[in-house]
Write a protein of this length. Structure first.
Length: 253
């Protein structure tokens, strides 16, 4: 169920059946000249929506701005600090835990959020408030991406392009996909003699994209989405089956 669709009166009854809260988080940031600024929260929200038919799941409102300062040189990018983001998601899960839902999943669409989300999950578990792992859709199905695309890609590359073509095709500027991939690296970052020197995205990609977005297709996006959707359902099933006490550190059991 989608929490925000309820009134406070109907939420009281609906939450009695809920075992897992799903918290979609993304970003509003550049994705090159072809993909929309909302790519990351659009994909996170779509995956979260895929579990709304379950009575045992409460899908919370999407958090659309994340840890994206490394994209700041590209127009339209919004960001908050890692500390602000970590506090916000921690307190959001704390609030749903106060209503009796102490298992959650951060359904994440943005790689820059990962460190802050994992810190939030550790602190929520350490103080016994909730168990809240981070689910990154691209990490749930690496073999699918490997089979579909020749280039490794990454940010605004073939996988993200395919997903947005499947989920929000009208927002993709298909006539600019070739431009998006012009002169970009095949993988994220820049390394010199083993040291990472690509602190900002613009340090290693002139367009903001990584990989060849022209490899993307709606058909590939459909396969990516369906495969990852199944993985998210399986994770929710696993969480539902675990006694909460068994998920906490030993000193909390």
């Amino acid at each position: 169920m989608r929490l925000a669709d309820h009134t406070t009166a109907t939420a009281a009854e609906a939450l009695e059946a809920v075992d897992v809260a799903v918290v979609p988080v993304g970003s509003t940031e550049q994705h090159g000249p072809a993909l929309p600024l909302g790519t990351d929260f659009t994909t996170a929200e779509a995956f979260a929506d895929a579990v709304t038919e379950r009575d045992d799941v409460a899908v919370l409102p999407t958090i659309p701005v994340g840890v994206s300062e490394h994209h700041r040189q590209f127009d339209g990018t919004l960001w908050v600090s890692p500390e602000t983001f970590e506090s916000y998601v921690t307190e959001t899960v704390t609030s749903i835990a106060s209503h009796g839902v102490n298992k959650a999943v951060f359904v994440n669409g943005h790689g820059g959020n990962v460190d802050a989300l994992e810190r939030a999950g550790r602190s929520l578990r350490a103080d016994g408030t909730a168990f809240a792992p981070t689910w990154n859709w691209w990490e749930s199905i690496p073999e699918v991406s490997d089979d579909l695309f020749e280039s490794e890609g990454g940010h605004a590359g073939p996988a993200e392009t395919s997903l947005v073509l499947e989920l929000a095709e009208s927002l993709v500027r298909e006539d600019r996909l070739a431009e998006a991939g012009d002169g970009v690296p095949g993988s994220w970052g820049k390394s010199v003699h083993g040291a990472s020197v690509g602190f900002d995205t613009i340090d290693f990609t002139p367009t903001g994209a990584v990989g060849d977005p022209t490899e993307g297709s709606r058909e590939a996006g459909e396969e990516l989405f369906e495969s990852a959707r199944q993985e998210l359902h399986a994770l929710v099933d696993w969480l539902e089956a675990q006694p909460f006490d068994a998920l906490l550190p030993e000193d909390h059991r």
